[in-house]
Design a protein around this ligand. Structure first.
Ligand code: ADP
Ligand code: MG
Length: 698
């Protein structure tokens, strides 16, 4: 059988070791199989030929048929270029090359019929086509040309003549060598039931579709397969985990929970909080290990749900642990929880990187004797040296999204894993949640505590600071506090710091009558905390900060969030920042300050922020605008999939559909032993072998 997977790309006609090395390095393509799964990013209709006299400078890519009359090298130095005069009898157009001119003059002959393809542009009053694709007219049969594939290539590839056209030729060569169909990767029953194209036909058609309908069906089959295996993998993992581990059974809701609920709880729980707590109680009482994702917009009251879940663990003789993404947030959780538990004799400790020496030792020994009941901290809590007597519940309050693989590593710490509640600070679009957190059950808090007024968001231009300052002054005079936030992004740290310093200076000048404090990421922790404290205590009315406050402080008295250079923030970041205000009962404001000239995408981001406060809506928009690969946190967090053709922003419906298909297969075949599914399980193993992240979670 023709084994595509194993054959090295360098043996393909026209490739060789040098080009193979470039393909390895630039696109991670090693085998013919890898190349076949490198899909076009667009297609251009090449079924029509234009006449030179029809052409103007505003056309998209077009093709002409004619001959080269002569070559000429003109210009000096950087402007040196090769120009060919090309004619089809209706007029003359110039073809231009700035590089690779030797190759061009040796390859293309005068007075032979060629098909020229490219984008016409106007230069110095004349129309030309720069770096066109050229093929002998005899080689391209128009009837079979249909849609031409376009492949992404890198600069380095282009310099070595590995452009889209070259890739297209390589694809043609592979497909031309296929004497028999490739081994099918989906079972017959799936192909049949869901009307999917066979693999070989799909791969051929996705590279060389003859019409849009065929292309659509080929893409559908390949997307189906890709998403299906991602879901099968994740669901299989969840099922195996359920079979392998028993969960601690929390039978009682006892004194600690009840005392808190009746005596300490300062307000009535919202309906959503009650519902989620019920879901958690059902999970933890079932004898299975809980793995639950709690989604809720900023300010929806997730902390309280986390605390009450931990109290149930305590009531059953277990310890609980709450992990926060940053030290500031861990501190705040610690303070909030101590306050909520006031008078209750629950032993709560804080463990972060900066807790050292005797203090640390006493915490560690207290954990081993079950004298420390709740541990709150940063990543420090999952270090080797931290061990518990009876850890029953872990809550992860995450800013950055952990992938399935990271969470799996976290749990391997215990022989019998604790119940796990993951809380996300940013709502995640359903499609992304299903892949990134596909192994978790999901709870949603979709209701804010009562009495909150929706935050009013306004877009203001940099040049009109008077009205902005008026709003700020008016709010401070009412006794409220104000944040000014500046972007701080790694590459331009120095400039950003300067912006922050200048901003700080200007604000101090403008608001001489008030106290202004300042926090940025470069400060020592102690200084940072001291500054933060001045704002929390109300001593300072204005806080000038970088994004370190993003997940940090909770100051209900703060009613205005001014975000400077808002154009430089991503949507979810803007939403997170905005969530720092609007926590009290008063009307709050978020002022997005930008320069006047904005790119279209940026303007869209700002408009969305102005239009809605709904985190889910914003997350969906973010996914659409940026694509999942760029979503904050997902890239570094080891997303357990690398999608080659499906698009989480566009293929949400298909994803939900294939998830149900995968669910059914697992329900019908829990031990993976039905003959009709044999191919699926085998293929899953192949994929796991080829994908480190997939392997890590299985
Ligand atoms: P987040 O979901 O962003 O973590 P928090 O847990 O920090 O939200 O809650 C935001 C604020 O709302 C806190 O000040 C908290 O005390 C308050 N809060 C939480 N639940 C309720 C409730 N049921 N009623 C009134 N206020 C609540
Ligand atoms: Mg929170």
């Amino acid at each position: 059988m023709f084994d595509l997977t194993s054959r090295d790309i360098k043996y393909l006609t026209g490739v060789g070791p040098q080009r193979a090395a470039i393909l390895n390095k630039e696109l991670n393509i090693y085998s013919l199989h890898d190349l076949l799964y490198y899909f076009p990013y667009k297609y251009i209709d090449r079924s029509r030929i234009y006449l030179v006299r029809e052409i103007d400078g505003n056309m998209p890519y077009i093709q002409l048929k004619g001959e080269i009359l002569n070559f000429d090298t003109i210009g000096e130095g950087r402007h040196r270029r090769l120009v060919a005069r090309f004619s089809d009898g209706t007029g003359i157009i110039e073809l231009v090359w700035f590089q690779g001119t030797k190759y061009v003059t040796s390859k293309y002959k005068l007075h032979q019929e060629y098909i020229v393809f490219g984008k016409p542009t106007v230069f110095a009053g004349r129309i030309n086509i720069a770096h066109p694709d050229i093929d002998p007219a005899s080689e391209l049969k128009l009837s079979s040309m249909g849609l031409q594939p376009y492949y992404n290539t890198t600069e380095k590839m282009k310099r070595n003549y590995l452009n889209s056209h070259a890739l297209e030729k390589m694809m043609q060569s592979i497909i031309g060598h296929l004497n028999e169909p490739l081994p099918e990767t989906l079972s017959n029953s799936l192909l049949h039931e869901h009307h999917l194209m066979p693999l070989t036909e799909a791969l051929t058609s996705v590279h060389f579709p003859t019409n849009p309908e065929q292309l659509r069906r080929a893409q559908y089959r390949l997307k189906f397969e890709e998403l299906f295996y991602v879901q099968l993998n994740i669901l299989r993992y969840a099922t195996e985990r359920q079979q392998k581990y028993k969960g601690y059974r929390f039978d009682t809701v006892g004194d600690i929970f009840n005392t808190f609920y009746t005596r300490n709880l300062p307000f009535e729980l919202t309906g959503a909080q009650k519902r989620v707590l019920k879901e958690i109680r059902r999970d933890t009482g079932s004898g299975k290990q809980m793995n639950r994702l709690l989604q809720g917009d900023v300010g929806s009251g997730k902390t309280l749900v986390a605390l009450m879940s931990m109290l149930i663990a305590l009531d059953n003789g277990y310890q609980a642990c709450l992990m926060a993404p940053t030290e500031i947030l861990a501190n705040q959780h610690y303070a909030t929880i101590c306050q909520l538990l006031a008078g209750m004799h629950v032993e709560v400790r804080l463990l972060t990187g900066s807790v050292k020496g005797k203090k640390r030792e006493s915490i560690l020994s207290g954990l081993l004797t079950n004298d420390v009941q709740i541990l709150i901290g940063t990543h420090a809590v999952i270090e080797e040296t931290v061990n518990f007597a009876a850890l029953g519940m872990v809550v992860i309050d995450e800013q950055h999204r952990f992938g399935v693989a990271q969470r799996a590593r976290l749990w391997s710490k215990n022989l019998q894993p604790p119940h796990v509640l993951v809380m996300t600070a940013t709502p995640i679009p359903r499609t992304l949640a299903m892949t990134l957190y596909g192994d978790l059950d999901v709870s949603v808090i979709d209701e804010l505590p009562p009495g909150r007024k929706p935050i009013v968001t306004l877009h203001q231009y940099d040049a009109h600071r008077e009205s902005l300052y008026r709003t700020v002054r008016r709010e401070i005079n009412k006794g409220h506090q104000v944040y000014f936030v500046y972007p701080l992004i790694k590459e331009s740290e120095k400039i950003d710091l300067k912006n922050l310093e200048e901003g700080y200076y200007n604000i101090c000048q403008e608001f001489r009558e008030y106290t202004v404090c300042r926090v940025h990421g470069k400060m020592k922790t102690a200084d940072k905390d001291a500054q933060m404290q001045r704002f929390v205590s109300g001593e300072a009315q204005i806080m000038v900060a970088t994004t370190v406050i993003e997940v940090g402080v909770n100051v209900p008295n703060a009613s205005v969030m001014v975000i400077e250079n808002a154009e430089r923030f991503g949507l979810s970041q803007l939403h997170q920042l905005r969530g720092r205000v609007g926590r009290g009962a008063e009307q709050s404001y978020c002022l997005l300050v930008t320069k006047f000239q904005l790119a279209e995408d940026t303007r869209k981001r700002i408009d969305i922020m102005v239009q809605t406060n709904d985190g889910f809506e914003i997350a969906e928009a973010d996914l659409k605008l940026r694509g999942p690969g760029d979503l904050e946190g997902t890239q570094q967090s080891g997303v357990p999939f690398d999608l080659k053709i499906a698009d989480l922003a566009r293929d949400g419906q298909l994803l939900q559909y294939v998830r149900r298909v995968a669910e059914k297969i697992i329900t019908d075949d829990p031990t993976a032993s039905l003959p009709e599914n044999e191919l699926l399980w085998r293929q899953l193993k192949v994929l796991q072998k080829n994908n480190a992240n997939w392997a890590a979670i299985s």
